[in-house]
Design a protein around this ligand. Structure first.
Ligand code: FES
Length: 239
């Protein structure tokens, strides 16, 4: 048995618009969508470009739109799509560099803008001292530390797709990861308390629905809205 994969192709300088190219690949019970792409690359068309690395849901590089939904292609089985076809497109909301490869520079800039490190008053990174933490203190931020930067949440976010200035789910979840860390002394109010940050989120919750690591960025953002609102009346309040 085979299944048809309709793959978006775009070659800069050659194609005005992306076009779909069809490939028949074996429909194996244990094949993920990424295995289908690798089959195309190895056996049918070596010019296909896409990103992947770990093949086990850890590196976050294989995110693509599969039949319109942002998914990790290494964790999505071809058999989920019955007889097919399976349509593969690059993640929405990002400029396409080539075929299924998107430009993530905007995301990387946003990620660093939230200062994703421990802020310690009177100390500069890199921090070398040890700061003991109880299991309860670890639990307070652990969920938000599971993000693998796969960008599925950005692709699913209706705000980011319409407003590229929006800080976006993963960056805000990461900011909360540090805000809620007992060792951190900052609160990132200057980056988060903005119209294009937490206040731009319309709480649709798609970011949380598509997150393969159950990070729940929507919850992280709503929690910070409460923090920011409290801080506007109690300026010394931090968390
Ligand atoms: Fe690493 Fe899919 S290849 S997450």
């Amino acid at each position: 048995r085979t299944i048809r994969m309709e793959v978006s192709r775009y070659r800069p300088g050659e194609d005005a618009e992306p076009v779909f190219q069809d490939y028949e690949v074996p429909l194996m019970a244990d094949w993920a969508v990424l295995d289908g792409l690798n089959y195309i690359k190895d056996r049918l068309d070596g010019s296909l470009s896409y990103r992947w690395s770990c093949r086990m849901g850890v590196c976050g590089s294989c995110g693509m739109n599969v039949n319109g939904e942002p998914r990790l292609t290494c964790g999505t089985f071809l058999t989920e799509y019955g007889e097919g076809p399976v349509r593969i497109e690059p993640l929405k909301g990002f400029p396409v560099i080539r075929d299924l490869v998107v430009d993530i520079d905007d995301f990387l800039a946003k990620l660093s803008s939230v200062r994703p490190w421990l802020i310690r008053e009177g100390e500069e990174p890199p921090l070398t001292a040890e700061y003991a933490q109880t299991p309860e203190q670890l639990e307070a931020y652990k969920q938000y530390s599971m993000c693998i930067n796969c960008l599925l949440c950005y692709s699913a976010c209706p705000v980011y797709v319409l407003d590229p200035d929006f800080l976006g789910p993963a960056a805000m979840a990461l900011a909360q990861r540090y805000n809620l860390d007992s060792r951190d002394m900052g609160d990132r109010f200057d980056v988060l308390n903005l119209e294009d940050s937490v206040w731009g989120c319309t709480f649709v919750g798609e970011c949380t629905s598509v997150c393969p690591k159950h990070v729940d960025p929507a919850e992280a953002i709503q929690r910070y809205k409460l923090t920011a609102a409290l801080r506007s009346v109690l300026p010394w309040s931090r968390r």
